[in-house]
Design a protein around this ligand. Structure first.
Ligand SMILES: Nc1ncnc2c1ncn2[C@@H]1O[C@H](COP(=O)(O)OP(=O)(O)OP(=O)(O)O)[C@@H](O)[C@H]1O
Length: 344
């Protein structure tokens, strides 16, 4: 992990996002989430489909209005304005979407689209002119591993991986501090995924960029994230340094997610199976939201919601198994020691 800056690049505090629906209960898609990302750091945000990852990402960059909570970007609290009305500095918080094809203009050359992104970010504040915009666009293409000739081509002339490189180059045009990437690899084949993952690590290190990488693919996150936040039904259940997480998952949900990653020999990592579907976020279970699916659930889990408990250095887990636990341990070990149903 690289050096930690004084103010976090991005800090999200108790964020809540609710979708109101006509004639139906509102969906509390993000139900009080706090997390922090430092410059030069990659934070992986993982969880099953529907747990609120995209909503959290959109709220973080101002595309969705939070009902409550704060977003502090580079030490300044972001105002709840639309993106276009935000001050210029706030464009340094960028987002890259899953499908780069839909976010690129099919009728404009890539070079022109990059120049447009550069001039919007510069807004005449820097000495420029067409020549320097063109040079800078070429430099952006090189930064993401594409030749200068890519500027003269259109989006459909590139592969999926190349298009994602272009989308990243366009985000870089704003000279960002933070980029939130929502499933940037999931539409790509395995080899393009590996290349883009390597590119993200390089850019984060070279440009001291904070990256929030949203993915349901734990195997990829395992390779490139420094920190991982695990989300379940609108809440974070565990936040931890990446290496530690894979060695010693502390939340039963994390244990199950990691257990589901196939090993190269076809075996699973751990014998914990995740039963059932993610419940409806408009009517979440009482107590711990994970308790109906948890193999270690105790009586308390059905009625009392666990807070984020600090275990180890900088690590938090929202699980009653760890209440009073002196050090991180596997859920199965804690249950066997008498804390959960399995040991009761
Ligand atoms: N515009 C909306 N109106 C109502 N409900 C919504 C809206 N957008 C998302 N939701 C609901 O909010 C919850 C969280 O959705 P979100 O897309 O943030 O999850 P996700 O973890 O990103 O899932 P995926 O990986 O499938 O995109 C889901 O129950 C979803 O159905």
């Amino acid at each position: 992990m690289s050096a930690v800056a004084t103010a976090p690049a991005l800090e999200i505090v108790d964020l809540e996002v609710v979708y109101e629906r006509r004639d139906r209960d509102p969906v509390r898609a993000v139900a009080g989430v706090s997390l922090t990302v430092q410059r030069g750091q990659i934070l992986g945000l993982v969880g099953e489909s529907g747990c609120g990852k995209s909503t959290l990402a959109k709220a973080a960059v101002g595309l969705e209005k939070p009902r409550a909570g704060r977003i502090v970007f580079d030490g300044r609290e972001l105002s709840p304005l639309t993106r276009r009305a935000r001050p210029l500095e706030d464009t340094r918080l960028q987002m890259v979407f899953q499908n780069p094809f839909s976010s690129l203009n099919p009728r404009r050359k890539i070079g022109a689209q990059l120049q447009e992104a550069l001039s919007m970010a510069w807004k005449g504040s820097r000495a420029g002119g067409e020549g320097s915009l063109r040079d800078r666009a070429t430099a952006l293409l090189e930064q993401v591993g594409l030749p200068a000739s890519a500027a003269e081509r259109y989006a459909h002339q590139f592969s999926g991986g190349q298009r994602q490189r272009i989308a990243i180059a366009r985000a870089l045009a704003a000279d960002p501090t933070v980029i939130v990437l929502d499933e940037p690899l999931s539409s790509l084949d395995a080899s393009a995924q590996a290349q883009i993952a390597n590119l993200l690590v390089r850019l984060s290190r070279e440009l001291d960029l904070a990256l929030v990488l949203i993915s349901h693919d734990l195997a990829i996150v395992q390779h490139i994230a420094d920190e991982v936040a695990v989300m379940y039904l609108g809440k974070l259940v565990e936040t931890v340094g990446s290496g530690e997480l894979w060695e010693l998952p502390a939340h039963p949900y994390t244990e199950a997610l990691i257990g589901a990653i196939p090993k190269p020999d076809g075996e699973r990592n751990l014998p914990v199976a995740l039963a059932g579907e993610v419940p409806d976020p408009s009517a979440p279970p009482s107590g711990c939201r994970f308790h109906p699916r948890c193999p270690y659930a105790m009586d308390r889990c059905r009625t009392e919601e666990p807070p984020a408990l600090a275990i180890g250095s900088g690590r938090t887990v929202s699980c009653w198994l760890h209440d009073g636990a002196a050090e991180p341990r596997r859920p199965a070990e804690l249950a066997a020691a008498g804390r959960g149903a399995a040991g009761a």
